[in-house]
Design a protein around this ligand. Sequence first.
Ligand SMILES: *Cc1c(COP(=O)(O)O)cnc(C)c1O
Length: 465
Amino acid sequence: MNEKRNLPAVDRVLAQLADLIEAHGRQLVTGCIRAELAAARESLKHGLPLPDEAALLAAIQRRANDAGQANLRPVFNLTGTVLHTNLGRAQLAEEAIAAMVEAARSPCALEYDLASGGRGDRDDLVSGLLAELIAGGSPDIAATIVNNNAAAVLLTLNALAQGKEAVVSRGELVEIGGAFRIPDVMRRAQVKLHEIGTTNRTHAKDFQEAIGPKTALLMKVHTSNYAVTGFTKSVDEKEIADIAHAAGLSFMIDLGSGTLCDFAAHGLPAEPTPQQALAAGADIVTFSGDKLLGGPQAGLIVGRKDLIAKIKKNPLKRALRVGKTTLAALEATLRLYRDPDRLAERLPTLRLLTRPVTEITALAERVLPTAQAALGELAAVSVEACSSQIGSGALPVERLPSAALVCRPTARKPGKILLAIEAAFRGLPTPVIGYIRDDTYHLDLRCLEAKDEARFVTQLQHLKF
Ligand SMILES: *Cc1c(COP(=O)(O)O)cnc(C)c1O
């Protein structure tokens, strides 16, 4: 007997899946039916029984719902790292989101001067705002925006020092995650790296002695993702600027993360700002849009107007420029900085970083019973103190006191169970990303905001191990 005959025809299955076709379209559903029928024929070949019709329909539905789901999905970031590069870094402010939507929906004056009716320049959307926020509105300061800070460094080096040398301390030849290494970027920018000093100590005379006929730039790189401590010496920015200017050279600082607000005033560890960099005499400063600034992915190049003009003329600028949605979000984010009093309330990055530990602990206590009920006998859940980090290389050694839901497996050998718990949280409708440490699974609740609490709690009933 040929059991294959018992498999229904594609058209007959299609006729039973009107709702699925409505949700995902006939083509996708047909593909899923074919795939499941092929899988059934394959099991038959291996002597396995055919699925009954209900099981077959359920498998097709699962397959179609999986395929119909977006690949880029929202998640709960409970990793304890606020600016998590793999989870998209900064969450945007509502004002920035609204501006992006608006720019996406209708034509907008991206490169159009509404006053004259002539052609405009997309950088002008934020250049004046940045000069206002960073340099007290100085007319000598301008800005240009590219895709990310790596692009900002590459473009600046190529525009200002191609075929010449840039001088950098050996203590600052950093590697940022994802293959961004200063020496490699220099090579790609066709700039010769002139290393000076040692890993732990660089002196003013090292800079002075390095300057020769081929030197174009002195450069400082903020050592954002590590700290050199102990017997160390670096040259302060003002001193490097004076040395550069006495020799008729430019001085650029790659800040990495750039917040425009005074972190110390918000009770956070101090972080160097572009304002300080320019005030100390830097000619150009570069920083990311989506790190501490709390905006969209972008690279901001701010500094002397004549140098910015030169950078903008470089053909790489055209290749690295950003689109209208990015500029819309960036402009809206920057506008929030005009009102420092309300910044911590409106800018999610700052709001999350300054969230009081008492509030996080109270939230953890509220969620605890539901989490314990969902985990049942598998693990004991408790609320414990933990420490969050800022992430994205900002302030690598500083920690912020926080509170976590800690799941401690009851089994004597917890390894496999921990992985199962982790996978179950990842498998929720809105995946939850925590971390395993010391034989426990942690959910740092710093980034679970009140507006999402109900959604988080409700979906815990779907946990499947
Ligand atoms: C993060 C960082 C970069 C890269 O910035 P992206 O915006 O991620 O491209 C470059 N330099 C430093 C010092 C950084 O911290």
